[in-house]
Structures are given as C-alpha cells and as structure tokens.
Design a protein around this ligand. Structure first.
Ligand SMILES: Cc1cc2nc3c(=O)[nH]c(=O)nc-3n(C[C@H](O)[C@H](O)[C@H](O)COP(=O)(O)OP(=O)(O)OC[C@H]3O[C@@H](n4cnc5c(N)ncnc54)[C@H](O)[C@@H]3O)c2cc1C
Length: 343
C-alpha cells in the first residue's frame, strides 16, 4: 500500500486542542515498509504524531509530520498471562474496551485516556493508580539509523513518572511500531485511588471501568466539546527540605511520597491556590472546575496558550517557589520547543 503524502495539511482535527495549524508535509503510514522507505530519505525536520492529545501546534509547522497508523491486535496466552501485541496506530481507549469485552481485564484504570497506543510508552501514561509500565512487556521501536526494529524490554524503556527513554536518549531517533502488553489472568483490581475505594472489596472489571469513566467525565472536559490536552502541567517533584518548608506554611497541601525521599505535589492544587481557575488570555482559559486543564475556549491562538501557560507557571513560582513544567509538547514552525525558548 502506498503511504499517503500530503502538503499544507490541516492539523485542526489531529490535535485535541483543535488549534488551527498546518503541516508543510505529512506522511500517513500504514506499514513498516512505508516507514522504512521514508527513513531512506528522512526529512531534516520532522515530528512524529499519534492522536495529537498531548501536542500543541502553536503555529504552522514547516517540517514533516510522520503519522504511524499501523493497525492490529494479536493475542497469545501463557498459563498465567494474556500477551498482547498491539500496533502503534490503535486507539488506546478502544484497546481498553477490546480487552474488557474479551475477558482480559487489567487496563480498566487507564480507560478514556485519549491518543494512540504508540504514544502510551512515551510519557508512560498513568491514571488512577496504574501506569503503562505496570502492564508493559516490551516496546518495538524502528530505529532510523539502522532501519531495523529493536525490541526494548520494559527495563530498557526506563519508565518513570511521565517519562521514558523515548523522551530522552531515543528522542527523534525512531518510531514506536508496536507495544507488548502482559495482563495477568489472576486479575486483581487496583482500588487504591480515591474514588475507586468505594467499590467494595470485589468489584468486577466492568465496575472498575465504569467508575473510572464516571470519575473522569465528572472531572475532565471532553476534548470533542471543549478542546484541551488533559493535564497541562506535570505534578512537580520537590526535595524533602522544600516540601517541609511548604507544608509548614500550607498544612493542607496534598503530597505523595516518592521512592527517593522526594515528594510529588499536586500541580492542580498549586494552580487553584493561586485563584487561577477561569483565568484567560485571548481565547485560552484555565478550566473553571479543573485548574490543571487549560482549554481552547474561543478560537485560541498558539500565542494565547503560550501566554496563559507562562502566566500560570510564573504565578505558581511566585507564590510557592515551585517550578511546574508542561506535560504537553509545543510544536512551533521549526519543531518542538520548550516553553521558555518560544519567542
Ligand atoms: C482529556 C485528556 C485526558 C488525558 N488524560 C491523561 C491521563 O489520565 N494520563 C496520561 O498519562 N495522559 C493523559 N492525557 C495525555 C495524552 O492522552 C497521553 O499523553 C497520550 O498517550 C497521548 O497520545 P497521542 O497519540 O495523542 O500522542 P501525541 O500527542 O500524538 O504525541 C505525544 C508524544 O508522543 C510521540 N509519539 C506519538 N506516537 C509515537 C510513535 N508511534 N513513536 C514515537 N513517538 C511517538 C510524539 O512525538 C509526542 O512527543 C490526556 C489528554 C487529554 C486530551
């Protein structure tokens, strides 16, 4: 099958913030062969795009967007596990539904996270006490330099909170083609997260799935109705001394211990304490009910979002001396840039 190459391609429907931007070139790839072919003359500037739910196109992108749209879910089993091999272009939430419908529970806490399966390992998606690393077996990754698919074990992926090797040393060096997922046949619900512990001791997987969806729908705006990119900022991790100074001043401040003695703070709480819910710049706003979510309220421009994100970041810094970093990726005309570097 021929890969589809388009020029000056509208991206409005390919980013959940619904920003009006175009890509100078885009390749919609359906097979590994097409990816291999593209890699023989890889453009100098490119961005790999999944579902666009963690990507903000601040302006028209002058490079090449590469969309791996590979499809397919294969299941094998051992005595203890279901083993899934899932192509990167599959939709994540549809995978969760597929597993549930076929009596392979284990993904229900990660229901309703938008985007494609190929992006799941990038920031190690997580919600309601489960993260991708918990169910990951391997990641198949096409390396541009060797033109070969390498299989990285879970350990090799270096998963951490919203982080992996793919955001660091392997960034822009290849494309995730498929993920391997392992689901225990002896299913144990994960109910530690507040809101799920009301389900009793022995809920069914469907009950957990339904509850996660109900909580998410009550808390997060639907991007199809109010365009957004989910949590805009990562929860900041601070050292013990900073935490102790802060908690003295703000005894009600939520915080979660990390393995290394550090503490993870709730970015949403910090933003809320700055009275920023509903704050807006141009068409971009902080959601009125969920401080961690920035929304495209009224035809926001990329510049509106940058200005609002900077306002939020600086206000939190001034009040708490804590740096909050965006979870979303900013793409300007020349490619991905950190918020501090955007002109
Ligand atoms: C309403 C809403 C709720 C959300 N809730 C959560 C949540 O609960 N937990 C959570 O962790 N995230 C959440 N997110 C963020 C987002 O859904 C995830 O980060 C998701 O994995 C992004 O998938 P995507 O395909 O849309 O990625 P994109 O935005 O297309 O890409 C994200 C990054 O992955 C890279 N990438 C994508 N595909 C590939 C590939 N095949 N190979 C190599 N690199 C690739 C891109 O270059 C980019 O750097 C939410 C977003 C929204 C809009």
């Amino acid at each position: 099958m021929k890969s589809m190459h388009h020029q000056n391609y509208p991206l409005d429907n390919r980013n959940s913030f619904a920003l009006a931007a175009t890509a100078k070139d885009i390749y919609l790839l359906n097979s590994l062969q097409q990816l291999q072919q593209l890699a023989t003359s890889l453009p100098e500037h490119f961005y790999i795009l999944g579902g666009g739910s963690n990507t903000l196109f601040i302006e028209d992108y002058q490079g090449t967007v590469i969309c791996p749209e590979f499809k397919g879910i294969a299941v094998t089993e051992t005595d203890a596990d279901y083993k899934l091999h899932v192509a990167s272009g599959e939709n994540w939430h549809q995978l969760v539904q597929h597993c549930l419908a076929n009596n392979m529970p284990g993904l229900e806490n990660l229901a309703l996270i938008p985007g494609n399966c190929g992006a799941a390992p990038i920031q190690n998606i997580g919600a309601y006490g489960v993260e991708f690393a918990d169910i990951c077996d391997y990641v198949d990754w096409f390396e541009f330099s060797s033109h070969k698919v390498r299989r990285l074990s879970k350990a090799e992926c270096l998963f951490a909170y919203r982080d992996s090797i793919f955001k660091n040393s392997l960034k822009n060096k290849g494309v995730i083609c498929a993920v391997g997922i392992s689901l225990k046949k002896q299913w144990l619900p994960v109910l530690k997260y507040q809101g799920l512990n009301t389900l009793g001791e022995k809920p069914t997987p469907k009950q957990v799935f339904d509850k996660v969806i109900a909580i998410r729908q009550s808390k997060l705006p639907d991007p199809d109705i109010l365009p957004n990119a989910g949590s805009f900022f990562k929860n900041p991790i601070v050292d013990k001394a900073s935490y102790q100074a802060l908690v003295k001043q703000y005894p009600m401040m939520p915080a979660y211990p990390q393995v290394n003695g550090k503490m993870k703070l709730a970015a949403g709480w910090l933003i809320d304490q700055c009275q920023l819910k509903g704050a807006s710049v141009g068409g971009a706003a902080v959601h009125k009910l969920q401080a961690l979510v920035l929304i495209n309220e009224n035809n926001a421009s990329g510049q509106d979002i940058i200005a609002l994100a900077r306002l939020v970041k600086q206000t939190v810094k001034n009040k708490f001396q804590v740096n909050i970093e965006p979870e979303v990726r900013f793409i300007t005309h020349c490619g991905e840039q950190q918020i501090e570097d955007i002109g």
